[in-house]
Design a protein around this ligand. Structure first.
Ligand SMILES: NC(=O)c1ccc[n+]([C@@H]2O[C@H](COP(=O)([O-])OP(=O)(O)OC[C@H]3O[C@@H](n4cnc5c(N)ncnc54)[C@H](OP(=O)(O)O)[C@@H]3O)[C@@H](O)[C@H]2O)c1
Length: 332
C-alpha cells in the first residue's frame, strides 16, 4: 500500500482568502477512524463548492479536503461490518464537511457512515448519482408517498439543469410523471427534454412578484432546489392537496410566503435532508436508485473529470452554470 496520495486541499492564505491546490498527502494525515478506503470516484455537489471556497457554514477549519461523496474499496477495516476488498459508498454525514472528504484518493471514516455498493451499480455509476441523485430520489419518494399521483397533474422541478434538478426530472419521468422544468438556461431546453421534461419554464416566468397570496393552481407537486421567491411562487401555484419538497437554497434561504397555501389549499411542504438521513431510510432509497430509478440516460447528464480539472468545475457550480452531474475519477 502506498503511504502517499493525491488530494485537493483548500487553505486559508489570508483572513477570508482561500486557495485550492492538488497536493501529495500522507496516509498518516488522515484522521483516526475504523475504515480506510481507496476512493475510486467522487462527485461534485453544490455543498462541495461552498466548502472549497471557504464557507464556514459547511466547513469550520482549514486546511481541508472537500468531497461529500466517495465510492471505492475497503483497504483496512476495524469493523466486523466491512472487509478488505468490499466495494462501498460513503455519502454525506460529516464526510467532506469537517472530515477530509472524497476529493482525495484515500479517506478514513467511521463504519456507521459506510454502506455497501448496491447490487447492480458500478462504483462510477453510484457517484454519478451521488448526493444529488440520492436527494432527488428522496424527493420523488416523498412525493409518491404523499401521495402525489401522475394522473393528478404536472410536477414542477426548479433548478432543473443542476445536479439534483436534472436527476429529479429524469426520475420523475421514469416514474410516469409529466414534468415541467424551470431553468435559467434556455439553451439547455433539448438537454431537459432528453431527460424527460415535457414543459420548459423560464426562470422569469417561475417567479411571481404581484404580491398575490395565492396563484392559479398549476402543479400537482413540486421538487424545489433553489428556495426564495421561486419556491414561494411554486407553493402558491400548487393545486389543492398537493405537495412541495424543499431541499436547497441555490437562489436564497428565504421563503417570502404567507400561510394561505397551507390553510386554504391543504398544500404540504416537505423538508428533505440527505446529510444526516439515517441508514434505515438511506438504504431503501439507494435500492430504488439501483432498480426503479436506474436511469437509461445517465451518461447524457454526466461530465467525468480528474482532480486537476476540479477547480474550474467548482467555479462553474458556484456561478449556477453547472449542467447535470460531474463525476470525479481519482485514478485519472
Ligand atoms: N437538503 C440536502 O440534503 C441537499 C442535498 C443536495 C443538495 N442540496 C442543495 O440543493 C441545491 C442544489 O444542489 P445541486 O448540487 O443540484 O447544485 P447545482 O448543480 O449547482 O444546481 C443548482 C441549480 O439551481 C439553479 N440556480 C442557480 N442559481 C440560481 C438562482 N440564483 N436562482 C434560481 N435558480 C438558480 C441552476 O439551474 P437552472 O439554470 O436550470 O435554473 C443551477 O444549476 C443546493 O442549494 C444544495 O445545497 C441539499
Amino acid at each position: 500500500m502506498p503511504t502517499t496520495f493525491q488530494a485537493m486541499v483548500v487553505t486559508e492564505t489570508a483572513p477570508g482568502q482561500f486557495q485550492r491546490a492538488i497536493v501529495t498527502r500522507n496516509l498518516s494525515d488522515l484522521p483516526p477512524g475504523e475504515v480506510l478506503l481507496r476512493v475510486r470516484y467522487s462527485s461534485l455537489n453544490y455543498k462541495d463548492a461552498l466548502s472549497a471556497s471557504g464557507n464556514r457554514g459547511v466547513t469550520r477549519c482549514y486546511p481541508h479536503t472537500p468531497g461529500i461523496d466517495a465510492a471505492g474499496e475497503v483497504l483496512e477495516s476495524g469493523s466486523p461490518d466491512f472487509s478488505p476488498g468490499e466495494a462501498v459508498i460513503v455519502s454525506c454525514y460529516d464526510l467532506g464537511m469537517n472530515t477530509p472528504g472524497g476529493f482525495a484518493q484515500y479517506i478514513r471514516v467511521p463504519a456507521k457512515w459506510i454502506m455497501p455498493l448496491p447490487a447492480g451499480l458500478a462504483l462510477r455509476e453510484s457517484m454519478i448519482y451521488g448526493t444529488a441523485g440520492f436527494t432527488a430520489a428522496q424527493s420523488v419518494d416523498r412525493l409518491e408517498r404523499h401521495p402525489v399521483l401522475p394522473e393528478q397533474g404536472k410536477i414542477l422541478v426548479t433548478g432543473a439543469t443542476g445536479g439534483v434538478g436534472s436527476m429529479a426530472v429524469a426520475m420523475l419521468s421514469l416514474s410516469g410523471f409529466s414534468v415541467a422544468a424551470a431553468t435559467g438556461k434556455p439553451e439547455q431546453e433539448q438537454f431537459l427534454r432528453d431527460l424527460g421534461a415535457q414543459d420548459i419554464v423560464s426562470r422569469e416566468n417561475s417567479i411571481d412578484r404581484s404580491g398575490r397570496m395565492l396563484l392559479k393552481e398549476k402543479w400537482a407537486g413540486v421538487i424545489d432546489t433553489v428556495g426564495g421567491e421561486m419556491l414561494a411562487t411554486a407553493i402558491k401555484s400548487t393545486r389543492y392537496g398537493g405537495a412541495v419538497t424543499c431541499c436547497g437554497n441555490a437562489a436564497s434561504p428565504d421563503l417570502p410566503l404567507n400561510v394561505y397555501p397551507f390553510i386554504l389549499r391543504g398544500v404540504s411542504l416537505i423538508g428533505i435532508d440527505s446529510a444526516e438521513c439515517p441508514m434505515a431510510v438511506r438504504l431503501p432509497i439507494w435500492e430504488k436508485i439501483a432498480t426503479t430509478w436506474r436511469l437509461p440516460n445517465l451518461e447524457r447528464l454526466t461530465t467525468e473529470i480528474s482532480l486537476k480539472e476540479l477547480d474550474r468545475h467548482i467555479e462553474c457550480i458556484l456561478q449556477g452554470k453547472q449542467r447535470g452531474r460531474v463525476v470525479l475519477n481519482l485514478d485519472a
